[in-house]
Design a binder for this molecule. Structure first.
Ligand SMILES: [Zn+2]
Length: 246
């Protein structure tokens, strides 16, 4: 049977409408901390450990310069980086470890690709990602995580609601320091050094061969030289949009 052209068009349009209703647009939430009451200002440094190895340039610089940071770790990364975890745990005044998921799967409950990575794809899979990340942290003897950041830092609004229900705040950011660790050292330095009072910086600590890591160190030292204070998410009043913190 051949359908008239016009009818086909209507069918195509309704299919498009149905699929767009299913896949709500993703959000990339922001996060800010309360600005400092006085002085130069304060920022929160958050570093993702997605998988892979440890950038010891960054880890050493944080320890040597006594710069506190919130590290978002996955179950995969924890398994392969015991030495780095031991260093972090030896400095509980500097490092707060939080939940970056069990397997580094984006917290999006519909099947799609984000930056080439397959999303969790269902509410059950989002739940498994968040809970397995928390369980992996518990196995290292860490206190229960309070913050979650999903792989790619993009979420479906329904996933945000689910994660909040599990009791986690969701960690957005306000300064993209290293562009997924793909930026050059100079641009990374420039972005991080430009952070203002109340900013939350995101960068990566799991790509030791990338030039961006050198920029992370230089940018942080520039902020420290300016007299900027660093705080961890647990020590600051973080406010995010899209229902991620309130
Ligand atoms: Zn990640």
């Amino acid at each position: 049977m051949r359908l008239p052209q016009k009818r086909l068009c209507v069918i195509a349009m309704s299919v498009a409408l149905i699929s767009s209703a299913r896949a709500a647009p993703l959000v990339e939430p922001t996060l800010h901390i309360k600005p400092a009451a006085s002085g130069t200002g304060r920022v929160a440094l958050t570093l993702d450990a997605c998988g892979g190895k440890t950038d010891t340039r960054i880890l050493s610089a944080l320890v040597e310069n006594r710069i506190p940071a919130t590290i978002f770790v996955t179950g995969i990364w924890l398994k392969r980086n015991a030495a780095a975890v031991a260093i972090m745990q030896a400095h509980p005044d500097l490092f707060e470890l939080e939940n970056h998921g069990g397997r580094h799967v984006p917290a999006v409950d519909t099947p799609q690709k984000i930056y080439g990575i397959n999303s969790a794809g269902s509410p059950e899979a989002v739940l498994a990602e968040v809970e397995s990340g928390a369980a992996a942290l518990a196995r290292t003897g860490e206190p229960a995580p309070k913050w979650f950041r999903g792989a790619t830092a993009e979420y479906s609004p329904s996933a945000i609601a689910m994660i909040r229900k599990l009791g986690f705040k969701i960690a957005g950011f306000s300064v993209n320091g290293d562009g997924g660790s793909l930026l050059g050292a100079k641009e990374t330095t420039r972005r991080i050094a430009a952070a203002k009072d109340g900013d939350v910086i995101i960068a990566h600590i799991n790509q030791p061969t990338h030039a961006a890591g050198e920029g992370v160190v230089q940018g942080l030292l520039a902020l420290k030289d300016k007299g900027m204070t660093f705080v961890r998410l647990d020590d600051a009043d973080g406010t995010g949009n899209h229902g991620t913190t309130e």
